[in-house]
Write a protein that binds this ligand. Structure first.
Ligand code: NAI
Ligand SMILES: CCCCCC(=O)/C=C/[C@H]1C=CC(=O)[C@@H]1CCCCCCC(=O)O
Length: 258
């Protein structure tokens, strides 16, 4: 699928992985609505992007994915400004085992809120053009991160939600593909702050550091390219892309249905 003229919404777009994917989508010709709770970072990023890609191709919208009202308002504004929505990158996330209810609300419920709000604009059943939704999970969505049980739970849940929504979309005729991105450790603010956000598992900080050293860091470009592959390859639905320093591949899950 060519991205020229397509419209994307990216949550958590102001920094880190969301920012990198936003820039790659712009480089490939898409228009991007950048949603983030951090207005300062979001507005200053859009100033930079406007100069590179043109003012008419970016839009910053202040939006907390914990709020269904703010998500609905932002998606409506993006659809009105750009003429519909073709791509959603549900990426906003936090790692905080102390404030674990907020972690669930952002990492899992934010993905669900975003997906349901996007379907109102994207589903062929409600007058949309169809498209693709990519949800950011993690390697911790495939295996345990011992210092972060709640983070691990949210990321496993994102994988399950994505795969079930992909099947639901086919069965319902939404015309929307759903895929999940599972990166290993990436050098971002979230990664740098892990040790101070472990809550009752703070005693596992050194072990987490050792795990990160064992796995190594994934390059931001590799993560963004994996997201782009799932957007543009129209054969990918219900797929999970694992991006670690040693492995860049779609995950094979066991099938229990004959
Ligand atoms: N950095 C890493 O090692 C990995 C990160 N991930 C996931 O990638 C995603 C992005 O993380 P990073 O780029 O590393 O983090 P980051 O901290 O660099 O960026 C996260 C962005 O999300 C925004 N955000 C946070 N809460 C929000 C909310 N309630 N509403 C809207 N925006 C909000 C932040 O303002 C920030 O711009 C997250 O879902 C994270 O769990 C997955 C695997 C590894
Ligand atoms: C900042 C978020 C942390 C991201 C890195 C991460 O999630 C690492 C998780 C690993 C820690 C212990 C594990 O067991 C996790 C990895 C599990 C890997 C599963 C790989 C599956 C496969 O190889 O097929």
């Amino acid at each position: 699928m060519s991205l020229t003229g397509k419209t994307a919404v990216v949550t958590g777009a102001a920094m880190g992985i969301g920012r990198a994917v936003t820039e790659l989508l712009l480089q490939h010709g898409a228009k991007v609505a950048l949603l983030d709770v951090n207005e300062t970072a979001g507005k200053s990023l859009v100033e930079v992007l406007d100069k590179l890609y043109g003012r008419e191709r970016t839009l910053f919208l202040s939006c907390d994915v914990e709020s269904e009202e703010q998500i609905k308002a932002a998606f409506l504004k993006a659809a009105e400004t750009f003429g519909g929505i073709d791509i959603l990158f549900n990426n906003a996330g936090v790692l905080n085992e102390d404030r674990w209810e907020r972690t669930v609300s952002i990492n899992l419920m934010g993905v669900i809120r975003g997906s349901y709000a996007a379907l109102e604009h994207m589903s062929k059943l409600s007058g949309g053009r169809g498209g693709v939704i990519i949800n950011t999970s993690s390697l911790a969505g495939l295996g345990p991160l011992p210092s972060c049980p709640v983070y691990t739970a949210t990321k496993h849940a994102v994988v399950g939600f994505t795969r079930a929504m992909a099947a639901a979309s086919v069965a319902s005729g939404y015309g929307v593909r759903f895929n999940a991105l599972c990166p290993g450790f990436v050098q971002t603010d979230l990664f740098s702050a892990i040790e101070s956000n472990l809550g009752r598992f703070a005693h596992l900080a050194a072990a987490t550091q050792q795990l990160a050293e064992h796995f190594g860091l994934v390059g931001m470009c590799d993560v963004a390219e994996a997201a782009l592959d799932m957007v543009t390859d129209e054969t990918k639905n219900g797929e999970v892309f694992l991006v670690s320093p040693k492995r860049k591949e779609y995950v094979n899950f066991p099938s229990f249905v004959q």
